[in-house]
Design a protein around this ligand. Structure first.
Ligand code: SF4
Length: 88
């Protein structure tokens, strides 16, 4: 699914599970491999390190989020798939 211009990510439909991606700044070594999986989700700072922190995964990007976690050699990327669901 293509993301809308301007980096605004759509919310999942009401009641749908919410997946969050978490990137540890302490572990990130700037390999940029996560960014190659989804540049809109795994953004980088000017030095090539992840600036994600904690971010909601937009609907349709779940598989790219999982690939980003899988390819990180530092295991800096984790997914929180236990959210109760979109309350909005
Ligand atoms: S792949 Fe891992 S180490 Fe590389 S930029 Fe992404 S989070 Fe950082």
């Amino acid at each position: 699914m293509a993301l809308p211009a301007g980096g605004v990510h759509p919310r999942p439909p009401r009641g749908e599970p919410v997946i969050k991606v978490l990137v540890s700044a302490a572990l990130c070594q700037g390999h940029t491999l996560c960014h190659l999986q989804d540049p809109d989700l795994f953004t980088l700072d000017d030095n090539g390190y992840s600036d994600v922190g904690v971010r909601q995964v937009p609907p349709g990007s779940e598989h790219r989020a999982r690939r980003g976690a899988d390819v990180c050699p530092e295991r800096a990327v984790t997914l929180d798939e236990n959210d109760e669901g979109n309350p909005w």
